[in-house]
Design a protein around this ligand. Structure first.
Ligand code: ASP
Length: 336
């Protein structure tokens, strides 16, 4: 059995939800579905989660959200969705908490998509513990669908993980259902060597370990939430990060243990505007985090020094302060 998580871009409108149905139909082991809230349909669009955070201050955001869901429901021929929306909006006004409001994006999308697919609806608020990142064991008799990103904390309050947290729900569900594989469907074909929006020749990384993907995510690689590895510790569960629009692409396979390897290998080059914790120099516009295996050869660290950039070497990464995106390309060219 496989747990599949689909991100917001993959579920942003009815035609994309149909594409998701085709992916599920293509493999009968894909029985556990975890969904994000509808994301951006194009670059100027606003994610439903962002609208929900705004909605307590700006009630006009409600009508934009309602219209988006009603259009999707009409297109997917899901009836009675207006009542589900009315109830969700009443609950948001009653609770009056930004995290509760934000949770309704995943809640509504899971209600909509489970009706459209004829999957059993699982309520995250009854199953997912946000404090302990866990869920009781679930026996899956028929295909089921759950909203990502939210659950209850130890005090019983409905709340969310940090942004992008549906990846964590995916891991929790993969473990709780005893799945053999966790497929994380996103809008790119895996975890890339470097941000492909900056480095156009960057390629998807074929294989990563849990600790490498966590480190890349901590250093700014945005594809997979850094905490999504936590619920899978000790499970040996393989994770495939793959592309909804190109499901046949191999994507990136993430395993708990890597193959034994001798020598030096550059794994990935993350970039972020946030100063990495171990970076021991002044503040910069942009930071690169090169994650590697083995020990770095002297000639490569010399090449970085020759660029005149400030760098801190840790045992599994090289953190570099950059003044521009062009610097990132120079680092990429040295290591890949
Ligand atoms: N919808 C939430 C967000 O935009 C959670 C997620 O997509 O994973 O962060």
């Amino acid at each position: 059995m496989t747990t599949c998580k689909f991100g917001g871009t993959s579920l942003a409108d009815a035609s994309r939800i149909r594409k998701v149905k085709a992916i599920l139909d293509a493999d009968s082991s894909r029985k556990v579905l975890v969904v994000s809230a509808p994301g951006k349909r194009d670059k100027d669009d606003i994610k439903v989660t962002d609208l929900l955070y705004r909605s307590l201050e700006d009630p006009s955001a409600f009508s934009v959200i309602r219209q988006r869901f009603m259009e999707m429901a009409a297109d997917l021929r899901v009836e009675g969705f207006d009542k589900v929306l009315d109830q969700a909006f009443d609950d948001m006004i009653r609770e009056h908490r930004p995290d509760f409001s934000a949770s309704r994006g995943e809640y509504l999308n899971a209600r909509l998509i489970s009706s459209f697919l004829g999957f059993e609806y699982l309520e995250a608020a009854d199953l997912v513990n946000i404090t302990s990142f866990s869920c009781p064991r679930i026996t899956v008799d028929r295909p089921c669908c759950i909203g990502g990103f939210y659950g209850r904390d130890d005090s019983g309050k409905i709340t969310t993980f940090s942004r992008g947290g549906s990846d964590i729900t995916g891991s929790i569900m993969a473990r709780a259902t005893g799945s053999q594989l966790y497929e994380n469907f996103t809008d790119v074909s895996g975890v890339y060597e470097a941000d492909p929006r900056i480095i156009s020749e960057a390629r998807p990384i074929e294989r990563l370990t849990y600790s490498q993907v966590k480190r890349l995510a901590q250093l700014g690689a945005g594809v997979f939430h850094p905490a999504a590895i936590l619920p899978l510790a000790g499970s040996n569960m393989p994770i495939r990060v793959c592309n909804t629009m190109r499901p046949e692409d191999p994507g990136t396979l993430i395993e708990e243990q890597g193959l034994l390897f001798n020598g030096f290998k550059a794994i990935g080059l993350a970039s972020t505007h946030e100063k990495p914790e171990a970076f021991g120099h002044r503040d910069h516009e942009l930071y690169a985090g090169l994650v590697f295996e083995g020990s770095m050869p002297a000639n490569l660290s010399l090449k970085v020094k020759e660029l005149g950039l400030e760098a801190t070497l840790t045992n599994d990464s090289l953190l570099i302060g950059l003044s521009s995106k062009a610097d990132l390309k120079k680092i990429y060219d040295i290591f890949f």
